[in-house]
Design a binder for this molecule. Structure first.
Ligand SMILES: *Cc1c(COP(=O)(O)O)cnc(C)c1O
Length: 362
């Protein structure tokens, strides 16, 4: 089978070795005579997968022992309300950085539980840049500060994170977790839907500092309360076993590549190729992110000179085996999503195609 070069923004391309392991595990898991989907989540083979995945994630991201790792369901969108249900509440304040569609959705949910202060926003500029450090004003009474590290739709990404002092920083890292080294102790909590860089949809990873878990109010529904999942190592109820299995294989693939350092280096090379080309032909490939410092290494957004050219570009790209390049409807144009599993070779091919397309149509 000829696999496409897959630029889908999420669910997204996954490493082939992980997919092959998943295929083999479906019908007969390691010669046990039953498939992975048919096994108890309380069985020894599953426990090895579950805790193996946690250990690998801890090792790769350098997650210190005073942080818990949780495997939950519901996607990142469920964390939009789990976070305020656990930490916010009447008479309490949380600060939010408003940098795109996903931030806005998180803000909308938080407002249902307590007071939300917008510490900074780039909405006036249609999110085409990130707020600068001196624009950020955190309410000192905040119980936490919430931000989105990579804005998947508009194509911006924080290169450094704001210093929130003793106020816990909570970060939605759905679309750039594991793409670069991050200093976990900068955060009180990190969460991510798995379907961009980690594995299949249906799994949400939460990394949370232990002292924050202990602060959760008693009134929360059992499944919302982080203490429930910490206490049972994410085996309180049936976890998304298959997604966790595939994630473990993705994590192993990252480790085999040389860990986050190697992955980050390759991601930088991919980014340099695409943005390099855009900077060479700025009249043709019109980056929608105005401030270069704010550009994302995961999702590159651009418009071409006309909508007709954009349609032709997508059509021709499809014929070449490039899929998933259409920009989000709120931005339009082209979006090149290049998560970890999208190879440098795939980007080289796309860059050559873009170069030819520009020469033929400029
Ligand atoms: C994709 C995405 C989400 C939504 O994730 P779900 O798992 O579908 O809820 C949230 N935040 C960011 C930054 C995303 O990229």
């Amino acid at each position: 089978m000829e696999r496409k070069v897959n630029f889908n923004p999420g669910p997204a391309t996954l490493p082939l070795p992980a997919l092959e392991k998943a295929r083999d595990a479906l019908v007969d898991y390691e010669g046990l005579g039953l498939g992975l989907l048919e096994m108890s989540h309380r069985s020894k083979p599953y426990e090895e997968i579950h805790f193996g995945a946690m250990d690998l994630l801890r090792e790769l991201m350098g997650i210190p022992s005073d942080y818990e790792i949780l495997f939950l369901g519901g996607g990142a969108s469920t964390q939009f309300f789990h976070v305020p249900m656990n930490f916010l509440g009447e008479g309490k304040v949380a600060s939010y950085l408003n940098t795109g569609t996903w931030s806005k959705k998180a803000i909308k949910e938080a407002k249902k539980f307590g007071k939300v202060v917008i510490a900074a926003s780039s909405e006036e500029d249609r999110f085409t840049r990130l707020p600068s450090a001196d624009e950020i004003e955190i309410d000192p009474a905040s119980v936490y500060v919430h931000m989105t590290s990579n804005n998947t739709i508009v194509g911006t990404q924080w290169k450094t994170f704001p210093d929130t002092g003793t106020i816990p920083l909570i970060c939605d890292m759905s679309s750039d977790i594991l793409s670069r080294k991050v200093d976990v102790p900068q955060f009180g909590m990190i969460y991510a839907g798995a379907q961009k860089n980690l594995g299949p949809a249906g799994l949400t990873v939460v990394i949370i500092r232990k002292d924050l878990v202990e602060a959760c109010p008693d009134a929360s529904p059992t499944m919302v309360d982080y203490r429930t999942h910490v206490g049972k190592s994410s085996l309180f109820n049936t976890p998304p076993v298959f997604a966790i299995f595939v994630m473990k294989e993705v994590l192993q693939w990252v480790k085999d590549k040389g860990g986050l350092e190697a992955v980050e280096k390759e991601n930088d090379a991919k980014t340099d190729l695409v943005y390099g080309l855009m900077d060479k032909r700025p009249d043709f490939f019109r980056g929608t992110v105005v401030d270069k410092e704010s550009r994302s290494n995961m999702n590159v957004t651009m418009r071409l000179p006309t909508e007709a050219l954009e349609a032709t570009f997508l059509e021709k790209a499809d014929k070449e085996g490039f899929v998933g390049l259409k920009g989000h409807r709120s931005v339009g144009g082209i979006r090149v999503s290049m998560y970890n599993a999208l190879s440098l070779d795939g980007i080289r091919k796309l860059a050559a195609f873009m170069e030819d397309f520009a020469s033929a149509n400029a």
